[in-house]
Design a protein around this ligand. Structure first.
Ligand code: HEC
Ligand code: HEC
Ligand code: HEC
Ligand code: HEC
Ligand code: HEC
Ligand code: HEC
Length: 439
């Protein structure tokens, strides 16, 4: 093979590869374009918002926003900031979490709204913050609308440096953004793909040059030439040891991942919901008939264990209610035989961990639902929380101590105020110390 023919092969190959290269460049550039497009909208949105009222009905008038800002600074800043939780939630993008009308009624009459509207989101906020925002009935609907306009205008501003103050870290609801910027990741990917592609091109060139060389070489036996000329054979590929090894390796990796995940989850019984010996329904008793949790779980306010009620407690009602039901007859049978009903235990910490109900319910002021979920809606109780150490610790990091009307905490609170602007969290009173939870 002459120099000339090598050059020709190169040219020919290069021409054939051109479309592929063009495709690659195109996809790279469109990926970057997308990134910039994603980064851009805030600025555009503000610009267009300044001229026309937007589709969501929130005014975008500068004057309205300015009066909203004044109202906000006078009435809201003691409990809210945009990018962090103070007493109430961070208000950035709050307007996107509500229907406009609901948001206005909520801001004016929070407690009434939460109690009467059946709005799951609002009820969730209350469950999380454990206090009602005060009424703002002294503000007219138009004034509240201007507040919403200000919230929106402030939210769509390109993110400024976060207004964090030194102090304990706070845990905002997890967002989709991870630590590493998306753009960086896609850039690295693009570079990797490009490098791989360049390798591929070089390999194809080399193969072709070598093929030509062998084809043109005198004295190569025909069967060897046939070997060089052979086309890619799919059936042979599937039979090849390369293919088999890859499939085996991938399968092994997959199995180990599944095994690893299940080992990590050993001992975690979130969602555990065993069948009970009597079809006792919390939905009926605690939900429909609104029997207080503490009527049956008498220990929850007073001691370590919440306690499962004995059959006698059931008899307070069931000696008269539905005595003919087969399920109720099981209660009678237990009492006659003087044997306890064998309820299957659902929540169960390992012996090395110490958990006390009264500390959380009576002192901490937590609701049962914070940890057990909406028990009053469960036909069959299921374990709502993971009950892992991380779960305990996370809540201790995030939850402010309920120090109101509790003189025990007065000194600690005033000391805490001198070092931090954040409310005093459980971690600040030792809630992360190993010995508090481990015997
Ligand atoms: C005394 C503290 C306090 C003040 C003052 C206060 N808020 Fe709130 N705000 C809260 C709490 C607590 C919540 C959580 C909901 C609940 O439990 O009622 C909340 C929730 C909100 C929400 C819902 C946030 C979301 O993430 O969806 C908005 C919107 C809001 N407040 C706006 C305002 C505005 C506007 C003002 C001023 C007029 C204001 N708040 C004043 C405590 C306060
Ligand atoms: C009429 C009595 C009664 C009332 C009222 C009641 N419970 Fe129960 N609870 C029981 C009985 C009996 C069991 C055991 C059977 C079962 O798991 O369903 C139980 C089980 C539980 C369990 C699971 C215990 C375990 O094994 O880990 C939790 C958690 C619980 N209740 C929470 C609540 C909460 C929260 C409320 C109030 C919303 C409530 N209960 C109201 C009788 C009651
Ligand atoms: C404060 C009163 C009260 C107590 C205490 C109480 N129940 Fe009930 N229970 C009721 C009422 C009311 C009904 C609904 C009866 C009906 O559907 O007519 C009911 C229904 C039931 C049913 C469904 C019966 C059927 O066949 O429809 C079961 C099972 C039951 N209770 C079990 C228990 C058990 C077990 C306990 C003790 C842990 C208990 N109850 C404690 C008031 C009570
Ligand atoms: C801070 C979280 C938390 C709160 C709030 C809470 N629980 Fe529990 N609950 C637990 C944990 C953790 C266990 C497992 C305890 C163990 O295995 O030692 C448990 C176990 C139980 C059990 C079964 C075992 C026992 O202790 O008798 C019942 C019943 C129960 N809780 C009812 C209640 C009721 C009723 C309330 C509200 C008055 C409540 N819990 C509030 C975390 C909580
Ligand atoms: C929903 C939030 C929440 C969860 C979940 C939670 N705790 Fe707590 N915990 C609190 C609060 C609030 C207090 C502060 C009560 C007080 O004022 O003493 C507290 C206090 C404690 C204390 C006393 C700390 C001290 O320094 O006095 C211990 C011990 C404790 N929790 C153990 C646990 C264990 C163990 C778990 C997990 C099985 C757990 N907690 C899960 C909210 C929570
Ligand atoms: C707020 C309560 C709490 C504190 C503080 C705490 N733990 Fe735990 N820890 C638990 C609970 C609850 C479990 C059981 C978790 C489970 O069953 O998955 C646990 C489990 C463990 C385990 C067993 C492994 C596991 O994950 O199940 C070890 C080891 C452990 N803790 C060590 C520590 C050390 C060391 C510290 C101090 C740095 C500490 N814990 C502080 C609540 C706590």
């Amino acid at each position: 093979m002459t120099d000339h023919s090598i050059k020709r092969t190169l040219d020919l190959k290069f021409v054939r590869l051109l479309p592929a290269i063009a495709l690659l460049l195109f996809s790279l550039s469109s990926a970057t374009a997308q990134d910039t497009a994603q980064a851009a909208p805030p600025a555009e949105a503000t610009a267009s918002a300044a001229v026309a009222p937007s589709a969501d009905g929130i005014p975008a008038d500068e004057a309205v926003i300015t009066s909203g800002r004044a109202l906000y600074e006078n009435n809201c800043t003691q409990c809210h900031a945009f990018n962090e939780v103070v007493v109430g939630p961070a208000l950035k993008d709050a307007h996107t979490r509500w229907k406009l009308n609901n948001m206005i009624s909520f801001i004016r009459y929070p407690q009434k709204y939460i109690e009467t509207s059946r709005d799951k989101y609002a009820q969730g906020l209350y469950a999380q913050y454990k206090q009602y925002m005060p009424n703002h009935d002294f503000l007219s609907e138009a004034e509240v609308l201007s507040l919403v306009a200000y919230i929106k205008a402030e939210s769509v501003k390109p993110a400024a440096a976060p207004d964090k103050i030194a102090g304990p870290p706070i845990f905002p609801p997890p967002t989709k953004d991870s630590g590493v910027s998306n753009e960086l990741v896609s850039l690295i990917f693009a570079i990797l793909i490009f490098v791989l592609f360049v390798f591929l091109v070089i390999l194809v060139f080399l193969i072709n040059i070598l093929k030509r060389f062998i084809e043109n070489k005198e004295g190569v036996p025909d069967d060897e030439k046939a070997l060089v000329d052979q086309k890619f054979d799919l059936a042979a590929f599937f039979k090849s040891s390369f293919f088999r090894t890859s499939v085996t390796v991938i399968a092994l990796l997959f199995i180990s991942k599944v095994a690893f995940d299940s080992i990590i989850n050993i001992g975690i019984q979130q969602g555990y919901s065993p069948k009970q010996p009597i079809a006792f329904s919390h939905k009926l008793h605690a939900g429909e008939y609104q029997i207080d949790c503490n009527y049956c779980h008498t220990g929850a306010k007073k001691g370590k264990a919440a306690v499962i009620p004995s059959a006698n407690v059931c008899m307070n009602c069931h000696n008269a209610i539905k005595p003919e039901s087969p399920e109720i007859k099981k209660i009678y049978a237990a009492i006659e035989k003087d044997q306890p009903i064998e309820w299957v235990r659902i929540h169960n910490l390992p012996d090395h961990a110490y958990f006390n109900h009264a500390q959380h319910v009576t002192v901490g002021g937590l609701e049962c639902q914070n940890c057990h979920g909406q028990i009053q809606e469960m036909e069959v109780v299921q374990q709502y929380s993971p009950l892992t150490m991380g779960w305990c610790i996370n809540c201790h990091r995030e939850t402010a101590v309920n120090a109101e009307n509790n003189a025990y905490y007065d000194k600690m609170v005033s000391l805490h105020k001198t070092v931090s602007k954040q409310p005093m969290k459980v971690k600040d009173i030792g809630g992360l110390e190993c010995a508090k939870c481990h015997y």
